[in-house]
Design a protein around this ligand. Structure first.
Ligand code: 4AD
Ligand code: MG
Length: 472
């Protein structure tokens, strides 16, 4: 049995081929379009209805799984070079056209989210998920090519890596036991309070201090009640961590990394991208003029690959925002009045989409709004943090140079109320052979959003988890 992409890519006739797939459409009792997921292209199979039993013809419905044997010949019609002259067709799995939810017509993404187990049969999700897979591999290739070691960090953990308290508790205790009480944790599976990890960074730091350069690529969980198009409760994150890297090295790596994987996708996913590019352009046309993206999907990716990211300090960004038109005209939901406030996505998008019109890296953020592990600057006000901001997405990468000085870190943890007992092992890394080091986290789904042009993050992960939703 051959996959459709192999059959079509050879672009030459062949007798007696066997293909399996799902029926997309069946027209005029003659033309069956089947797809097997190997390519965006459907294979046209031409059947002689006069020589086929009516009962069999009736079972060739959208969604049915079929096996076809026939000759691959030059197509008589336009629209495809090759088609199959069907000699034998068997229905492997029927699909009742009256109740099959994925009809051959345009469905809304909202509707398809409720049918997440079947939406992969649509051309759009087929293309998005192929790109998602190829992106994963490109990420491994990038780091492996630089001799980074891939490591797996624990999913169940006792520490809150971000110190933001947005964790899901892991327990085997029955609901009736109030697990807030200190001694009831002793009865729990691990004998202590545990959660799903929000980030593998702290454990990656430990390994960077022995393996040099490492990266993780795993699931992370955040119980933040954000119902937005860019937040998931379960998402995948790539976190490289590098010994002897300072913030500059870190920013250089992040920029090189993103450009490299985007180039790979541009090279390897031409057909899927072309389809998604058209889709993106159509979506843009439905938006009011000021909200439309100035570039197409492929154009945007090429732009990112070919242009330097703009790097500015947080302080510079505040100056720009303070004096910006939307700020002066009270157009921002959160007006920027003073240094020290956290940037909202409206501000990030203004800087990226309107002001610089290119990806922006903001660094040296106020210590107060960033996590405890970031390295304090000499000004004692800012830390060596950096965020990479992307058009249409906002923050795609968050990272920093880590605080490698024991006393400074201890003080910062105390000031921020971080549990020192739980993280005594983390402090050991500063007690024994401490060294400057840096890393960042890239939100995988936000990257898939950027490369596929899907507006909602729920449509770039197979089975999204969001507040009030954990179906499938
Ligand atoms: O900025 P964040 O919170 O950084 C960290 O977790 C660091 N420990 C990373 C590191 O330095 N090793 O998250 C990193 C990235 C964000 O920039 C964003 O792309 C993504 O993770 N992200 C989310 N993606 C989807 N849904 C959410 N709820 C996300 N929260 C963060
Ligand atoms: Mg962040």
């Amino acid at each position: 049995m051959k996959k459709i992409d192999i059959l079509l890519s050879k672009n030459e006739p062949k007798i007696n081929v066997e293909v399996c797939g799902w029926v997309k459409t069946f027209r005029g009792n003659r033309f069956i379009a089947i797809n097997d997921g190997s390519t965006i292209d459907n294979l046209q199979c031409v059947i002689d209805f006069e020589k086929t039993e009516n009962s069999l013809l009736k079972r060739i419905n959208t969604g049915a799984a079929v096996k076809i044997i026939g000759d691959l010949i030059e197509s008589q019609g336009s629209g495809q070079n090759l088609e199959i002259n069907v000699k034998e067709i068997s229905i492997i799995g029927d699909s009742d056209p009256d109740i099959y939810p994925i009809q051959p017509k345009k469905h809304s993404l909202e509707f398809l989210r409720e049918k997440a187990h079947l939406r992969i049969r649509t051309t759009t999700f087929n293309a998005v998920m192929r790109i998602r897979s190829i992106l994963s591999f490109a990420i491994h290739e990038f780091f492996q090519g630089k001799n980074f070691y891939y490591m797996n960090t624990p999913i169940i953990t006792g520490s809150d890596a971000e110190g933001a308290g947005e964790m899901f508790r892991v327990t085997t205790l029955p609901c009736s036991i109030n697990s807030n009480k200190e001694n009831s944790f002793k009865k729990d599976f691990f004998g202590k309070e545990t959660h799903l990890t929000v980030s593998g960074q702290l454990e990656a730091e430990s390994y960077a201090m022995g393996l040099g350069n490492v990266y993780t690529f795993g699931p992370t969980f955040r119980a933040e009640n954000s119902n937005t198009t860019r937040h998931l409760a379960e998402f995948w994150m790539i976190e490289p961590e590098m010994a002897f890297y300072d913030l500059n090295d870190n920013m250089n790596l992040a920029e090189e990394f993103i450009k490299s994987i985007l180039s790979t996708i541009l090279l390897k996913c031409e057909k899927d991208l072309k389809f998604l590019d058209d889709r993106y352009n159509n979506e843009q046309k439905k938006k009011p003029l000021i909200e439309r993206s100035e570039m197409g999907l492929i154009e945007k990716m090429n732009f990112v690959v070919n242009n330097n990211f703009k790097r500015i300090t947080y302080t510079e960004s505040i100056d720009i925002l303070k004096n910006s038109k939307p700020n002066k005209k009270n157009k921002f939901k959160f007006k920027i009045n003073e240094w020290g406030v956290d940037l909202q996505s409206e501000h990030e998008r203004f800087l990226v989409e309107k002001y610089y019109k290119c990806p922006v890296i903001i660094y040296d953020y106020p210590a107060k709004i960033k996590a405890f592990y970031m390295r304090m600057n000499e000004d004692q006000m800012t830390v060596r943090a950096m965020d990479v901001l992307f058009p249409g997405i906002g923050e795609i990468v968050g990272g920093s140079q880590r605080e490698e000085r024991l006393e400074v870190l201890e003080k910062r943890m105390k000031d921020m109320g971080v549990d020192e007992d739980e993280l005594s092992w983390y402090l050991d890394l500063r007690r024994f052979g401490s060294a400057p080091h840096s890393g960042f986290g890239l939100g995988f789904e936000r990257l898939v959003q950027f490369t596929t042009g899907m507006a909602n993050i729920r449509d770039v992960i197979p089975f999204p988890r969001t507040p009030q939703n954990a179906s499938f």
